[in-house]
Design a protein around this ligand. Structure first.
Ligand code: SAM
Length: 452
């Protein structure tokens, strides 16, 4: 049951109908997924589509995703339907989506980042940031699984990123919030809700926005979102932005039949999602344009760090494209798009990069050790030696166990499931070594019926 102090707090929320809102909280929420545009072909096509996102689908029930090898291959991402509205906003504001520098500031576990990566042209660069280290590793895993070379990951405080003056065309701030929009999914969040926490969140949201503001270009766009219903974290933040900075809004046509409520703060528009009006959870999102002039920071002039020797040993792993090979850590090489070489020199001065382009792996005495990232990369060469697995073999591989397989050719083999890369083994003919990174393995016990 929704707490009475929470309900009275919602009284003045624009567009709310408390009676139907309360009823909607007696119904379970729907599970939804968003398909990978390049990895997932026909999966889920018979399901009902999310109205504002053509790759989003509702599921009839919630399966155990851990037991689906397609989930591990990055064929889809499990994401709440309302938050997929980001797809609609970005398509409207940036119809071409080319040559953009995009920051996802509060990115873990990676829902908005994987959505943005699917939208952007490869000339664009997406930097996904998560300040909390433990959450940054989950983000990194999800971004690697999604497989885009132009999606890099860092772990920094918004203040560090604010030093990249005038660098980004788009900054998405999916802010930490009091979480009331997710009460149907998270009963614990409901128990912990308080007005005092709403105030704390509102102050923190202002601090985060103020810290990162300088990193936005003149005419660049800030997309601000929360999963809170509280005005203090939604409309009041838009009002605060107007009082602190020179900003303007966008006129975007949103079909009324989608049930999204438009909430105006002068010329800025917040889009509110209520579970009694939409098939989705509570969500707030707004797009704001910066109207202040600011010089864009430039990369320092420096000689290319491209390593031709290591590139010649590893380039067979990727499709033919204009890449540079750079070494970021000892004995660890990455391919980045040549168009992003200058970005690398600039960014590495300011942020701690956890994922950079696609990791190629490292040289060994006799051959090249391919990295796990290659197996999941959308830029992977299509003619590498592969071995297609059935479901049982795939799950055993993902548990980092041995599985039965006859007549494996010798050498490095990329394992696939329904044609999608899962990871590497090195075959010695009659046995093999499983190269799935330890922290990626499935830890749950697999019920007997799943082996069929
Ligand atoms: N965008 C994510 C997605 O779609 O999967 C969800 C982001 S969640 C709503 C907010 C994130 O902000 C959390 O991962 C949290 O760790 C992070 N965060 C918490 N405090 C922060 C701070 N002071 N500055 C920046 N991010 C913060």
């Amino acid at each position: 049951m929704l707490p009475p102090n929470f309900l009275s707090h919602l009284k003045d929320v624009p567009g709310i109908n408390l009676e139907t809102f309360v009823k909607a909280h007696q119904i379970a929420s729907l599970t939804s997924i968003r398909k990978h545009p390049l990895k997932s072909q026909t999966h889920f096509n018979d399901n009902k589509q999310v109205p504002w996102c053509s790759s989003g689908y509702y599921l009839q029930e919630r399966p155990v995703f851990t037991l689906d090898p397609l989930f591990h291959a990055g064929a889809y991402y499990v994401q709440e339907a309302s938050s997929m509205f980001l797809d609609y906003l970005v398509r409207k504001i940036f119809p071409e989506r080319k040559n953009l520098r995009v920051l996802d500031l509060c990115a873990a576990p990676g829902g908005k980042s994987t959505l943005l990566a699917s939208l952007l042209d490869e000339s664009s660069l997406l930097l996904s940031n998560e300040v909390i280290r433990t959450r940054a590793s989950i983000l990194e895993e999800n971004v690697v699984r999604w497989g885009y070379t132009n999606n890099w990951v860092c772990s920094n405080d918004p203040k560090d990123i604010g030093k990249l003056k005038g660098y980004f065309d788009l900054i998405v701030v999916d802010a930490p919030c009091s979480g009331s929009g997710l009460f149907r999914k998270d009963a614990k969040a409901m128990e912990e809700w308080s007005e005092a926490n709403v105030q704390l969140c509102s102050q923190r949201q202002q601090r985060i926005l103020a810290d990162v503001w300088d990193a936005l270009k003149e005419n660049g766009v800030l997309i601000y979102a929360t999963c809170s219903y509280s005005r203090e974290e939604d409309e009041a933040i838009l009002g605060w932005l107007q009082s602190e900075f020179l900003v303007s809004g966008f006129e975007i046509n949103v079909p009324t039949e989608w049930g999204i409520v438009e909430s105006k703060v002068k010329d800025l528009i917040g889009y509110r999602f209520f579970p009694d009006n939409v098939n989705g959870e509570g969500f707030f999102i707004a797009a704001i344009q910066k109207k202040e002039s600011i010089d864009t920071i430039k990369a320092p002039k420096q000689k290319s760090l491209h390593d031709e020797k290591q590139w010649l040993s590893s380039k067979h792993l990727l499709i033919e494209k204009d890449f540079r090979c750079v070494q970021d850590q000892p004995n660890e090489y990455h391919a980045i798009e040549t168009a992003h070489e200058q970005d690398y020199y600039l960014l590495k001065q300011f942020v701690y990069l956890r994922k950079l382009g696609v990791q190629l792996g490292s040289p060994s005495v006799k051959d090249w050790l391919p990295s796990h990232e290659i197996a999941l990369s959308v830029d992977r060469c299509q003619s590498l030696p592969i071995f297609e697995l059935n479901k049982e073999q795939a799950l055993r591989f993902l548990k980092k166990e041995n599985f039965e397989a006859n007549q494996l050719p010798k050498g490095w083999l990329l394992l696939t499931y329904q044609g999608l890369g899962l990871g590497w083994i090195k075959s010695l003919g009659n046995r093999f070594n499983n190269y799935l990174p330890k922290h990626w393995r499935i830890r749950m016990e697999i019920p007997d019926e799943e082996w069929q």
